[in-house]
Design a protein around this ligand. Sequence first.
Ligand code: EPU
Length: 334
Amino acid sequence: MHQHFSLLPFNTFGIEVHAQYYERIEQVADLQKVLKTGIQPVMILGGGSNLLLTQDIPGLVVHNAIEGIEIVRKFNNKVWVKVGGGVNWHAFVQWAVKNGLGGVENLSLIPGTVGASPVQNIGAYGVEIKDVFVQLEAVALETGKICRFNKAQCQFGYRDSYFKKEGKGKFCITSVTFSLTQHRHRLQLSYGDITRTLAQQQVENPGIAEISAAIIQIRRSKLPDPAQIGNCGSFFKNPEVDRSVLEAIRTNYPNVVSFDLPDGRVKIPAGWLIEQCGWKGKRVGNTGAYEKQALVLVNYGGATGAEVKALAFAIIDSVWVRFGVRLEAEVNIL
Ligand code: EPU
């Protein structure tokens, strides 16, 4: 076990804070053993790609590095794949695409780990992990017991799950089982960017490999690479509001962008709201809103967590004052 351990290499924002204690675990048994030390509180770290660290972390930080990709069932057109919680998400997507298994190609290049993916029900380009999710195994941090969660128990919502609500901070997700397709993949091309990119590449009958390649290209063109500029992807959720709020905005901003939701409400892209408030590409000290996607806050180098948090609050305030819409962080602020 390490003491006063720097978390700088373990968060994609590239912020330096220290863990009081740190342990990397590769097996469920190692996790159960380290939990027996009784050190409290326990925080589980995956890829650190949805985390803004603003202070040193007391207690024990457990780095989930449980590897393994295993086909556990094949039936009809389906393949169930059990993946270790510490597996890099994109490595799993690449494995699926290489093996001709469909279902996660739209989720290409999302940073982070498989174990973290159900926590916020990661999603992009019309697909969320709930669409391919079968079950997960987790260790209860209080008791060390192994628990299994089916899809209903995970209570998936937009960037949301049981593990962000009642289950918050109580489990380490050690494996996730996904259901992928062997043939007749259900391709999801409804996002305009995908069809535009495929047309540019002159791809006529795209398969999962072409979709994955197109999405990688789109993401690279819009989102900063954390290896070069520290960031955590979208910092805020896209707000879901009543239609009346949208109509009020539309009177002054006829070009407001919105997406209809099944319940009659609408989603307004946070990136649009933030851009209208003048933040896009604006630099404040060592931090700022990314020039190509205002929803992404970045660390230009040497930013503190407090600095990024202050920027986030300033953005929330200005969007509230101008539009009467309350932005909510998607990133976990610790
Ligand atoms: N927009 C602007 N200005 C900006 C950014 C966006 O006006 O600076 C408007 C544009 O009109 C654009 C619309 O917002 O058409 C939507 O933008 P984009 O397609 O980039 O998607 P997003 O809604 O900003 C969401 C997810 C992303 C995901 C993309 C694609 C959330 C919080 N974010 O972003 O997820 O990759 O859709 O599906 O839902 C993440 O969660 O970290 C993430 C990157």
